[in-house]
Write a protein that binds this ligand. Structure first.
Ligand SMILES: [Zn+2]
Length: 531
């Protein structure tokens, strides 16, 4: 049975750039376009040439992607000719494979926002598509507010879409611009459109205002649409756009879609999905959503004891799909409710062989339970759990000892008479027979301590040279009579691998120190540093 081709169009760099707090530089855009290309996306929309210097520069050169690099912009303005519109000219000059025009498809908007006639709006669509076709570009038309427009005046909304198709636009894209349309409405309206315009020329562009952008995209496909527009991690203004990171694996892994459609993303490319999703968050300097479907750290995490033992027998018992398919990992959480089966499953996952009757496994479970009652949370700190497990089983060398540390925070006037806070840490470390002393200034006590600690570890220094801290989270817990501080530190190495460590203490510096130490020792273990 031959499968139909379904196309993916990414607008992370255009619509996704509307996200509150997101501001892509040219190099961000080039890196992200490269990631999308590697993932096998068919169309990469780069931005709005002529509208801002970054996008103009982006489209000033041929970017040589396998994907169709797409420029976005408006159809010619009402009352002007196509040859006398500077906005349209900038779009036609852009070094792009495809041009995506946006036009009104709701007569109410045509009158109120555009202040023109229904006929002139349609003439503008025709002229713009014609001009871009004449330049040899593949043409798409985004029909703005299509669904609301269709509900108000189906004849006019369809006429706008049909005008673009008749003029030779490759795609007519139906946009749920306000994001309030429901899946059954999308299915019905797209079905009606596909009676007039062949579905293999119809696309869907859904916004997530009722958290159904992904569902709306699939509803459109079921009704005949053959292009889905979306963004990485669902980036986009307000509640975001349809999330391609959820759409792609569903298309690849769920038989309803995988048996009917072929997409440009291969199985090997699908394996990169988790990495791509996390790399985008990293570029944006924000933490990844742990609970993101398919790619989140918790997407394949199991807590309860009976689930964990079943998962060890056969993962399919509690997983809707295999985590490896999208480059994610199965995770069995070690928690307060944990049974021995959780601990054994987690040991197996991290590659430690242990017998279920080994008394040290029982001891490890006891320690985890004791520590969790005083505030540790090993399910959030995989690296600290691994160290605890290896220590209990007797396989972690004593690489170095911190014999003393000192952190000094001082507030005073500097030479200019300004009030400044200065932090300095001094750390004494013993490695074998060598004693080292390091000092560092930091922007706070934990930063100074981290810098001093990692400054000189003697013969181990080369193993931690690529180590950096990527996140630091503090929580005050009220357990019993006194408050304790829980610190979680996320670290990253030169290969981009990440891990989290934990420290708990009534003293925030002490808690941070524990987490910092675990991070360094974990890196030494992972790198196979000799004892
Ligand atoms: Zn949009």
């Amino acid at each position: 049975m031959t499968r139909e081709r379904l196309y993916l169009f990414d607008t992370t760099l255009r619509d996704g750039a509307q996200t509150n707090g997101v501001d892509f530089t040219l190099s961000d855009k080039l890196v992200i376009a490269g990631m999308l290309d590697d993932l096998g996306i068919d169309y990469v929309e780069g931005g709005y040439p002529g509208a801002n210097p970054t996008d103009t520069e982006l489209f000033g050169e041929n970017r040589k992607l396998d994907a169709a690099f797409t420029a976005f912009g408006m159809t010619r303005r009402p009352g002007r000719s196509a040859s006398n519109d500077p906005g349209l000219a900038a779009l036609l000059e852009a070094k792009a494979d495809a041009i995506c025009f946006v036009a009104k498809a709701w007569d109410y908007h045509v009158r109120v926002a555009l202040e023109t006639t229904d006929e002139e709006n349609i003439a503008s669509i025709r002229d713009s598509v014609k001009a871009a076709k004449a330049k040899g570009r593949e043409v798409l038309l985004d029909c703005e507010h299509f669904f609301d427009g269709y509900k108000a005046n189906p004849k006019y909304a369809l006429a706008c879409a049909k005008a673009a198709y008749d003029e030779g636009a490759r795609w007519v894209v139906l946009c749920d611009t306000n994001g309030g349309t429901l899946p059954h409405e999308v299915e019905e309206i797209v079905g009606a459109v596909c009676k007039v315009i062949p579905g293999d020329h119809v696309g869907i562009h859904a916004h997530n205002d009722t958290e159904q952008a992904v569902a709306n995209s699939f509803a459109a496909v079921r009704a005949g649409a053959r292009q889905i527009q979306g963004t990485l991690n669902g980036l986009g203004e307000r509640c975001g756009n349809a999330n391609l990171v959820s759409i792609i694996p569903t298309l690849k892994l769920k038989p309803e879609f995988s048996q009917a459609f072929e997409i440009g993303v291969s199985d090997a490319q699908l394996h990169k999905l988790t990495q791509v999703s996390h790399a985008l968050d990293e570029r944006l300097n924000r933490g990844s959503n742990r609970h993101a479907p398919y790619v989140g750290e918790s997407a394949f995490a199991t807590k309860a004891g009976i689930h964990a033992s079943a998962i060890m027998k056969d993962p399919a018992t509690y997983e809707h799909t295999a985590p490896e398919a999208v480059g994610n990992k199965r995770k069995v959480l070690v928690s307060e409710q944990a049974g021995k089966s959780n601990v054994l499953a987690e040991l197996e996952r991290i590659g430690i062989k242990a017998d279920k009757d080994d008394p040290r496994v029982g001891r490890l479970l006891e320690i985890v339970k004791e520590r969790e009652t005083i505030g540790y949370a090993y399910e959030a700190a995989d690296a600290s759990f691994e160290l605890l497990a290896r220590r209990t089983l007797g396989t972690v060398p004593n690489y170095f000892i911190v014999t003393q540390f000192d952190v000094n925070v001082e507030q005073r006037n500097n030479a200019k008479g300004e009030r400044v806070t200065v932090t300095m840490a001094v750390v004494k470390v013993r490695v074998g027979d060598d004693n080292m002393i390091s000092a560092a200034e930091g922007n706070g006590p934990v930063n100074a301590l981290d810098l001093a600690l990692r400054k000189d570890l003697g013969k181990y220094q080369k193993y931690i040279a690529g180590l950096s801290l990527t996140d630091y989270r503090v929580r005050i817990l009220n357990s019993g009579t006194e408050a304790v501080t829980r610190v979680l530190i996320e670290s990253e190495d030169e290969a981009g691998e990440r891990w989290t460590t934990i420290g708990v203490s009534p003293n925030i510096i002490d808690a941070s120190f524990q987490a910092l130490m675990d991070s360094i020792v974990y890196k030494l273990v992972k790198s196979g540093a000799p004892a």
